[in-house]
Unconditional design. Structure first.
Length: 317
């Protein structure tokens, strides 16, 4: 977008240009934001970097948008905005985060042109509203906005969550979400019918037998895992390999580093062994995995045996 308007400074016959920002403008926008912050006596609050602006404005999709005002190629102002939504109106709105014009170029139509360009965009995109904030002490800005026809929303107060308070509430939400997912997984397991689990169990044992006949005993566990996963996949079953197994302790989800060898159809855990003999410790291990993961059925498959049936143990909780 290129909009041209007449500007009084610095002399007759000169004009300003409004244009949409491009990726190469990230540094310019960062500089203009610093000038705005200095004018508002808030320079100490600016932490945004050039990379931050580049990511926010030119990602796909962008999180915000910007427009520059230039005179003879010199940036003298900018507008930055994004979209919000009104549940009462039922339409999205255009929220103006910042509009700034360098002091020596104010009073000559650049600021109004920026707002008019944003208003034209809002109308063209069927926005229900166009809104922005203004500092209480900034009387010149308030007069300017009233001249635009803006109304002061005196019945509303801005609420802000930032810093440690935002992190704390976010952590609470993350933990709540993890607990919900864990409960949902357990509910899903409880809904698995006995008939369906028995069908899956027969497939697991039969697939293990096919792998054992093909490879025999004496190989590494990883070899049996790879082949068994492939055999199950060829049967049209969903298989997860090395699925993460977190631990929930005192209501908190902890990443433990444990892994389940195979999970079939989000219903059966398989632990693969290549040992001289299965022991009670192996039983205890997979039972613990099943309790932590919420799966009701598990298999210990020891491939280091002469007859495969000697290495099969099915466990149900």
């Amino acid at each position: 977008m290129r909009l041209v308007g007449r500007a009084a400074p610095p002399g007759p016959g000169r004009s300003f240009i409004l244009r949409d920002a491009i990726p190469g403008d990230a540094q310019t926008i960062a500089d203009l934001v610093k000038r705005l912050a200095a004018y508002e006596k808030l320079a100490h609050e600016v932490t945004a970097s050039v990379d931050d602006f580049h990511t926010a404005l030119f990602a796909s999709p962008p999180r915000a948008y910007a427009m520059l005002a230039e005179i003879d190629g010199k940036p003298v102002g900018f507008a930055l905005w994004f979209y919000n939504f009104s549940t009462f109106v039922g339409r999205h709105g255009l929220y103006v985060e910042d509009v700034y014009v360098d002091p020596e170029y104010r009073g000559h139509g650049i600021g109004r042109a920026l707002f008019a360009a944003l208003a034209a965009r809002a109308v063209a995109e069927n926005c229900g509203r166009m809104e922005w904030w203004v500092l209480d002490w900034n009387e010149p800005a308030k007069r300017f906005y009233r001249n635009l026809g803006a109304q002061s929303m005196t019945d509303w107060t801005v609420q802000r969550l930032t810093g440690a308070a935002l992190l704390a509430l976010g952590d609470e939400g993350s933990e709540r979400s993890k607990r919900f997912k864990h409960q949902d997984h357990q509910d899903h397991q409880e809904k698995k019918s006995k008939h369906e689990l028995d069908r899956l169990a027969r497939n697991v044992v039969d697939a293990g037998l096919v792998v054992h006949r093909a490879l025999g005993p004496g190989l590494l566990e990883s070899a049996y895992e790879n082949c068994l996963a492939k055999e199950l996949l060829t049967r049209g079953l969903a298989v997860q390999r090395q699925a993460a197994l977190p631990i929930v302790y005192r209501g908190e989800r902890l990443e433990s580093g444990y892994r389940l060898d195979l999970v079939v159809e989000d219903a059966i855990v398989i632990e693969i062994k290549s040992v001289d003999a299965l022991t009670r410790l192996h039983d205890a291990q997979i039972l613990t995995y099943m309790k932590l993961s919420g799966y009701r059925m598990g298999f210990l498959l020891n491939f280091n045996v002469v007859l495969f049936k000697q290495g099969v143990r099915r466990l149900v909780i």
